[in-house]
Design a protein around this ligand. Sequence first.
Ligand SMILES: *Cc1c(COP(=O)(O)O)cnc(C)c1O
Length: 635
Amino acid sequence: MPQPPKSSTPDVSTLAPYFLGAFGENNDLFEQVLVELVRDHVYWRRNFHPDDTPPISTAAQFDPAYQARVAGMKRELHRLAAQLKRSVPTFHPRYIGHMMSDLLLPGLIAQLVTTLYNPNNIVEEAAPVTLALEHEAGQQLCRMVGYATDGTQVPCASGHLTSGGTLANDEALFLARAVKLAPLAVREACRVTNVWLEPTLEDADDWTLLGWPTARSLALVHRALRAPELVAALQAARVETLGLVRFAEAHPLTSRLVVVAPASAHYSWGKAMRLLGFGEAQLVLVPTREGRMDVGALEDTLQRLEAERRPVLAVVGVYGTTEFGSFDELHRVAALKRQERSFWFHVDAAWGGYLPSLFREADGSLRSKEAMATTFRHFPSERVHRSTAALAEADSITVDPHKLGYVPYGAGAFLCRDRRAFELAMQQVAYVFATAADDEARYRNAGRYSLEGSRPGAAAAAVALNHRVLPLDHAHYGQLLTRSVQACESLYDQVPVLREHLAGLAHVAVPFEPDCNVLGLAFNPVGNRSLSVANAFTRKVFEALAVHPADQSGGEAAFFGSCTTVPLKHLERSEPGRLAGALELELEAPDAGGLFMLRHTLMNPWLLASPDDSPRTWVDAYVTHLESLVRSLLR
Ligand SMILES: *Cc1c(COP(=O)(O)O)cnc(C)c1O
């Protein structure tokens, strides 16, 4: 049976210097640069007041008690190194499970070395170098998603790092609340002081103000925070001062606020709702169709909420779901925002956040779908292309450098389209910052307004260094992500072959067509009609691909995958039927639990290289492995 044609593979050598490699191929390079920079750090210490007497004397180091302590410390470090051998080998092309892979060398070395200097990105005094690097990285991410970053214009975007996507999502909700509720507080402050900034304010009721577009609210707030006669009253009337309960006493409609997100949204949204005191019950989930938010259902939801007079604080769209990397139709969500009643539009691109680099020319312009299609077999769909263009219309965006940015953990990012929103999160009021230069400095000091306090400057250095070595356009950073998407296309294109080979034995389905580089697979033994039996079978397949934490040997499985269960109740009405058809199942009730499936994240840059010098790729080898696994489990 003929193999489907493969995507053209980009030149392997272009990316080869940037990774330590599955076999540590770049060990010499890694070691040499690392040792050089570690020594460089020690020189720095020695040259700081070199005339001082060192507090640790050279003689003390020969003392037996000193030696015993050194031995004790070494023993523990060696023990740690031994324990770490039980880690998951995420650097290897045999690992296609969760959202992790080998790390980009510039960022990895930057992080290790910067840690020696231990800068704290809370204020410039504690991190003169890395705070500037954070600002640089944040602005690069803003431009990649299509935000304007010219400080002399409005809006001007600003981005900063967080510990991860969860914190960035928290920050989005925190700012959405601040901006949405601020006009109510401004009107209250006007009333108290009898200084009416805007004549229309006096007649506007809460419902109207809660529907104001973001730009209008921000313009008002920006002026109010600079009106000395108003500031004290405004501070007193804000939700951040009063708390949700007392604010809702003054403005009863705000006890009915909701946030709308697709059912495919990450669970951090539930956490954010709890954290901010809205409660998870106020998170309205829109059903999904083929892995994406059903925008028709979103429209119905918004209409229903309007009829019930429930104000919508924010609508969340997902650019790359955690489960399958699916892209919501952000252009259609943005279109809804432009209509009469507006909402804060946040895009959770924790997973997909770096993919826009594939769509960018070096000058920042958007590449046409046709220009991109020459590199891929399926990517990008019209929908994905339009969603990417619509990112620029989102009020805020979450991106996770520690996912598709290939940097070590501890690096998420929050991007805001109009940086004036951050004024509501700053502890100091705006009118003390007199000049434009003051203003610029204020936005650079992200520690002053981000939710977190002390933050690692080493993470900022890592992200910035990766961006410097591989700028965020298709010819540089995009090369890396091209590999990832092509690997996924290769796996996807082999599913029909797998299906053919397993004909008569098991049904094979891709429940949700991949949008980028994540692919789900479900199985059902032929003849079976019960969901629970199919799920149990796919789980057995997964068990053979799973990391078993208790297993001391570790790292011995041929390949590592991950899994997920999609609750059927989260799906649009026609979906369970579609899935049942694909797997020849009978789904009795609409709430018949969930569909269990394998989930593959194809991040490793060498998946289209060969494990054995044959034309066979790692992806081919995986498909062969999967086939024999299914066969042996059916025996
Ligand atoms: C991973 C992820 C998150 C959470 O990010 P963390 O960095 O794990 O905190 C949020 N949303 C989406 C879509 C994600 O994929």
